[in-house]
Design a protein around this ligand. Structure first.
Ligand code: ATP
Ligand code: MG
Ligand code: MG
Ligand code: MG
Length: 503
């Protein structure tokens, strides 16, 4: 099955069980101070779960575009290194608002996976909440019993509060969850090590694909739990992971979700994509870079299409950081010395035509924004890399520190980019802190983050004194406005300020 067929089968399956197909909410959240980007399918239904709103239907199904690059869920560092965490991904979900509960949710998820998708049962593991005495939370025996109707006992595993109990916040709806994991290892390996021992263990081939949350309690301010009058089901399945399972691949990047983009990157860079290369081996950096580009362009494009332009603060800076991270990878490892990332936008828009049309409709605008961001960062990138290399060319040596009482400690050999240097990279060359940290990590170095923050604070104090107005980098235009590039604002120390005006 193609990715598009797999997505459609999910929506159709739950529609056949009385679910209304609802559109994805935007990836950018403008009216919730607690969250900048949608990070789960349930976000758009928060008010319903809190009992503040009702819908005309009690069952829904959708595919939600999500971003996990900040806050509670931040998977950025995993991207390109592992095979299954993305910045932007689709979360398939089915929902019951005070309607069906554990029994149906469990039976349907099993039916879909094993009868519609025909996934090998022996490779699936399911989990239930084992309870937590200290927190006064009971074991979720109901879930265990419902699973027992379908799944071999050895494949039903207990899970702790971290993995199997979901809470919206300090107060509000919460409840146990049940995850479904898939073991993709070859039979020879499965014979040697029991897959059950690898679930939730960061194994690249034993991965979580679906999470079913059963909201049955309301946590009150005093910390106690009350049974909810109406119980809800909230599920989330990683679409790209499901596609990988269905297409029999060992990496999400080997599916038709990412391959068109990776092939394009490989062709244009003149380098081969080696999916199987191991860390540290020849071709590893190039493979990571290709995966990062194919991943990051999705996050950037959907954020821009949903109304979040790159900028110098808050959500806008999150997007600019991702973009610069991608540009650095493409420049250093794929040797794209000219803007390249933006050329992926039309390809991506085409891929999501009729799935998320808003990207297709705005593809020219999105491409233009990415292009201008690339142009501006490429102006300082090479000098920044050179400066970074200079800063990290002198190695520290092991030290012996003598304590007040005369005892000695041998501190390990430790190379640190000072806060002042990291700040210089940011202020003069536009290197976000996390980019400096990433480049440092690649060399086995660390960054003095505390020192960086102090230097940043000092500069903020200085500039607050100098100017009272803080202007954004972009003028946010309405959909029907056309834009014209009017050049750089050379008065800024980092030459990344691009101005557009309405024409
Ligand atoms: P993991 O443990 O693998 O990080 P999670 O427990 O954080 O996943 P949930 O919050 O339960 O994930 O989200 C529901 C589903 O969304 C997961 O079962 C997984 O399939 C998918 N998912 C979560 N994070 C990502 C990501 N960064 N990229 C792709 N899919 C993801
Ligand atoms: Mg996670
Ligand atoms: Mg998990
Ligand atoms: Mg989970």
């Amino acid at each position: 099955m193609t990715a598009n067929e797999i997505r459609k089968a999910f929506l159709d399956f739950f529609a056949s069980k009385g679910h209304t197909i609802v559109p994805s909410a935007p990836i950018v959240i403008k009216n919730d101070p607690t969250l900048m980007f949608t990070n789960a399918g349930m976000n758009q239904f928060k008010a319903i779960f809190l009992g503040e709103e009702t819908l005309k239907f009690t069952r829904a199904v959708d595919t939600q575009r999500c971003l996990r690059v900040s806050g509670k869920h931040n998977d950025l560092e995993e991207v390109g290194i592992d095979t299954y965490h993305h910045t932007m991904f689709e979360m398939l979900g089915n929902w019951s608002f005070g309607d069906y509960f554990k029994k149906e949710a469990i039976a349907w998820s099993w039916e879909l996976l094993t009868e519609v998708y025909k996934i090998d049962k022996s490779r699936l593991y399911v989990t239930y909440f084992e309870g937590d005495e200290k927190e006064g939370l009971e074991k979720d025996t109901e879930t265990y019993n419902f699973w027992k109707e379908f799944v071999a006992e050895a494949n039903i595993l207990p899970g702790n509060k971290k993995d199997n109990f979901w809470e919206m916040g300090e107060t509000g709806p919460c409840g146990p969850s049940s995850e479904i994991h898939y073991d993709n290892r070859p039979d020879s390996e499965r014979a040697l090590v029991d897959g059950a021992t690898l679930v939730n263990g960061d194994h690249d081939q034993v991965i979580e694909i679906w999470n079913n949350v059963f909201m049955q309690f309301n946590r009150l301010k005093d910390g106690s739990l009350q049974l909810l009058p109406a119980k809800h089901v909230d599920t989330g399945m990683g679409f790209e992971r499901l596609v990988r399972v269905m297409q029999g691949k060992t990496s999400n990047y080997d599916t038709d979700v990412f391959q068109p983009m990776i092939s394009f990157i490989a062709e244009r860079s003149g380098k081969k994509y080696n999916s199987a290369v191991k860390p540290g081996r020849e071709g590893w950096n190039e493979a990571v870079a290709m995966r990062v580009l194919a991943d990051h362009i999705r996050a950037i494009s959907f954020a821009i299409a949903d109304g979040q332009l790159p900028s110098n603060n808050k959500a806008g800076y999150v997007i600019r950081r991702i973009l610069r991270r991608a540009v650095r990878y493409s420049y250093q490892y794929l040797e794209f010395k000219e803007p390249f990332l933006n050329q992926l936008v039309p390809l991506l828009a085409e891929q999501f035509k009729r799935v998320f049309d808003n990207l297709y409709d705005q593809k020219d605008f999105v491409q233009k924004v990415v292009l201008e961001e690339e142009i501006s960062f490429l102006r300082t990138l090479l000098s920044g890399i050179n400066r970074f290399n200079q800063m990290t060319s002198v190695f520290a040596t092991a030290q012996t520190v003598v304590n007040g009482d005369g005892t000695q400690i041998h501190t390990p050999y430790k190379n640190v980019v000072s806060g002042k240097n990291a700040f210089e990279l940011s202020d003069t060359y536009g290197f976000p802190l996390d980019l400096t940290e990433l480049m440092a990590r690649e060399k086995g170095w660390q960054v003095d983050v505390k020192g960086f923050n102090e230097a940043l604070q000092q500069q903020k104090t200085r500039s607050r004194a100098a100017t009272a107005i803080d202007t954004g980098d972009w003028v946010v235009l309405k959909d029907d406005d056309t834009v014209e590039f009017t050049g750089y604002d050379e008065t800024e120390s980092i030459a990344h300020i691009v101005k557009y005006r309405k024409v």
